[in-house]
Design a protein around this ligand. Structure first.
Ligand SMILES: C[S@@+](CC[C@H](N)C(=O)[O-])C[C@H]1O[C@@H](n2cnc3c(N)ncnc32)[C@H](O)[C@@H]1O
Length: 442
């Protein structure tokens, strides 16, 4: 498309059509585009305006078709190629989106705008490494792009590159001293970098501005070195809604997470005929169900995160799901209801077990078992520790065992696990508790 002459009458006509589309005058624009198409059927600019028109009309599929046509007409036109990449990413066709973004960057390697859009595509496709490279290159060419710098900071944080993320947030704040997202990002960096004074300073700013916000109150307490008894559901939700579609692959294959497999073995050893009802608290993507396979009873999943539940539902193993806080599910379920309750890798987000253990006992039928996993706090630590690096709670095994016995569980087995899974290349120690409710006496 290098031969475009900015002021020829046809270009001006196309510009006018573009303005109509932007202003929502879609009928007028469609008629003019059809007429233009008849005159110049091989002009990729018309196809590109077709993309904008279809998109504005909410017809994403039509927009995608038009973008493919524009690229077919002008395979070397970076604008059309990038438009196609962006639309593919919106359709969650990430593999092809990334390939087209790469192609557009190869066509225009010095265009800040192309690199910026390519970074957005890669970020959507969860290819953070590539997104960061493109965002940084774009910023070298356009250093005043504050929005992109903020995006880069977010990507670096997501990749846990907190020192670099901090620099990016600081650069944003130099340009816009009160930018809320950058201040919040900086607070998260300070907490993860264990810069206590800075974390306190920033958290104090937020608590004055938003004294009633549960998320602010939680992080304010953490920044001030306190251990909040539990994590607000909004903090947990942020994490898992984002994580749902890559959870299984990341955790099971990448981080060698084996807890659901082990819990399934224990449950099937106890119920070899598979006749039991199971309440899976914090069921996530339903890995426990997958390792158990079909059972002769109801499997009920509880989770805060709708995208995690959506993944679990795909297995067709769970009879029902409840998208609620597991603490509420425990409180509201009638007594003597389930043969088994599981809570795997979820109490690390719940923290205080005081409302958990007695309710689990109450809900179980006599002889039923509560099986749950915890990350290990050392015996010389507090009973409940919040690990600020990971923002997860660790529990002391002896305190958990005592709480189970005091609540009235009979047999309490604690199985130490050298590695719940890997974290930062190191095994993360934990333990699996199987606590049995005493059988009914005749
Ligand atoms: C690490 S995943 C584990 C999922 C599953 N149990 C497994 O072992 O694969 C933790 C899950 O617990 C859920 N979760 C955390 N806190 C919760 C709460 N208070 N109520 C309900 N679900 C919660 C999260 O949304 C997430 O899906």
């Amino acid at each position: 498309m290098s031969q475009t002459i900015p002021n020829d009458p046809f270009t001006q006509e196309l510009q006018r059509i573009g303005q109509w589309i932007a202003a929502g005058q879609l009928q007028e624009a469609a008629q003019a585009l059809n007429a233009a198409q008849e005159r110049f059927p091989r002009d990729a600019r018309i196809a590109l305006l077709g993309v904008r028109l279809a998109d504005k009309a909410g017809n994403l599929r039509g927009a995608l078709q038009a973008a493919r046509r524009a690229v077919a007409l002008e395979p070397g036109w970076h604008v059309a190629v990038m438009e196609l990449a962006v639309l593919l990413a919106r359709q969650q066709e990430y593999k092809e989106a990334l390939a087209q973004a790469r192609h557009a960057v190869a066509l225009q390697p010095r265009s800040a705008q192309v690199l910026r859009l390519a970074a957005a595509v890669a970020n959507q496709a969860e290819d953070l490494e590539q997104a960061i490279i493109w965002a940084k290159t774009s910023l070298q060419l356009a250093p005043d792009d504050i929005e992109l710098r903020l995006g880069l900071a977010g990507m670096l944080s997501k990749k846990q590159q907190y020192a670099e993320a901090k620099q990016a947030y600081e650069a944003v704040l130099q340009a816009q001293p009160n930018q809320g997202e950058a201040l919040w990002g900086l607070l998260m960096c300070a907490i993860h970098l264990k810069d206590e004074d800075e974390a306190k300073r920033l958290a104090d700013i937020f608590i004055i501005r938003f004294p009633d916000d549960e998320r602010v109150r939680y992080w304010h307490a953490v920044a001030h070195g306190q251990t909040p008894a539990t994590q607000p559901t909004s903090v947990v939700g942020d994490l898992f809604d984002d994580y749902a579609h890559r959870f299984d692959l990341h955790l099971v294959r990448g981080l060698q997470y084996k807890v659901p497999q082990r819990a399934a073995e224990i449950l099937l050893a106890q119920y070899p005929d598979r006749r039991f009802n199971l309440l899976d608290l914090g069921c996530g993507t339903g890995l426990l169900g997958v390792y158990l396979g079909p059972i002769q009873g109801f499997m009920i999943g509880v989770d805060l995160s709708e995208p995690m539940i959506a993944q679990a539902a795909r297995h067709n193993l769970y009879a029902r799901f409840h998208q609620v806080n597991l603490l509420d599910a425990l409180r509201d379920t009638p007594a003597d209801h389930y043969e088994a309750i599981a809570c795997l890798d979820a109490l690390v987000y719940v923290g205080d077990l005081t409302p958990v253990i007695p309710n689990a006992l109450r809900i179980l039928k006599p002889g039923g078992c509560f099986i749950f996993s915890c990350e290990t706090a050392a015996e010389d630590e507090a009973d409940l520790v919040l690990r600020t690096g990971s923002n997860r709670y660790a529990h002391k095994a002896s305190a958990v065992e005592r709480a189970c016995r005091e609540a009235g569980f009979g047999d309490v087995q604690i199985e130490p696990l050298e590695a719940l899974r890997m974290e930062g290349g190191q095994p993360l120690p934990g333990f699996l508790v199987t606590a049995r409710k005493p059988a009914a006496t005749a």
